[in-house]
Design a protein around this ligand. Structure first.
Ligand code: 13P
Length: 250
């Protein structure tokens, strides 16, 4: 399976910085002899056109959220058709920051996923437990419930990517043990088999304090098919080092 290294810039980088980053990433990627690893950037909505204009065609572009309706009176929102129109191929859905700060639940994430797929976007659905849930021994139950509740039925492997992002690991410098990551990813794979065609081919990314120092070991864990990187994606050299780890493991 070709791994995916995805940068979730969240609410960071001004358009000028975004343009310079996308253009330098494209320069580096163009020089790669073999393209063994897919690379995706998910800038803020406002930087998407700038990144698109500076990104080479073999790199992927995505958004961090979308609305489930195709159009209408939804002040401040963006439809999947608009994302597709502006050049996105991916959209991240159900990130824990949206689940917690905006009250997004499984059923609204599922509605957004259906809308995104019918607009021709690939979806990256995020799941992950809080530290309380982990301490209560509820990690696997929590991520199973999120997978079952937020993924539409009968998807194919190319439409769907999952990101396992333990909430307590995001932006904290903390990460689960490799065994814990393996257990979570294997549980996700098993749950996917109930709803997705060719579940063994769905990419399951790890996200949460991935950095150039730990990327090689995390990306070596079974069923880890890439990374969704926040903080370390803001510096191109760090993001590129993580990409290099993924590529070397292919
Ligand atoms: P960090 O890499 O900053 O921990 O963020 C991970 C994340 O939330 C990616 O979506």
């Amino acid at each position: 399976m070709i791994p995916l290294i995805a940068g979730n810039w969240k609410m960071n980088l001004m358009t000028e910085e975004a343009a310079a980053y996308a253009s330098e990433l494209s320069n580096r990627y163009q020089k790669e002899q073999e393209k063994k690893c897919d690379v995706l950037l998910c800038p803020s909505f406002i930087s998407i056109p700038t990144v698109r204009d500076n990104l080479s065609d073999d790199l992927y572009l995505g958004a961090q959220n979308c609305h489930s309706a195709s159009a209408g009176a939804y002040t401040g929102d963006i439809s999947c058709g608009m994302l597709k129109d502006v050049g996105c191929q991916y959209v991240i859905l159900g990130h824990s920051e949206r689940r917690s700060a905006y009250g997004e639940g499984n059923s609204s994430i599922k509605d957004k996923a259906l809308a995104a797929i019918s607009a021709g976007l690939n979806v990256i659905i995020c799941v992950g437990e809080t530290s309380e849930e982990r301490n209560l021994g509820e990690t696997l139950a929590r991520i199973s419930e999120q997978i079952k509740g937020s993924i539409p039925e009968k998807l194919t492997s190319w439409e769907l990517t999952i990101a396992y992002e333990p909430v307590w690991a995001i932006g904290t410098g903390l990460t689960p043990t490799f065994d814990e990551i393996a257990e979570a990813h294997s549980t996700i794979r098993t749950c996917l088999a109930e709803t997705v065609e060719s579940a063994s081919e769905v990419r399951i990314l790890y996200g949460g304090s991935m950095n150039p120092q730990n990327a090689h070991d995390i990306l070596s864990v079974e069923n880890v098919n890439g990374g969704l990187i926040g903080g370390a994606s803001l510096k191109l050299d760090d993001f590129w080092s993580i990409y290099a780890c993924a590529k070397d493991l292919c």
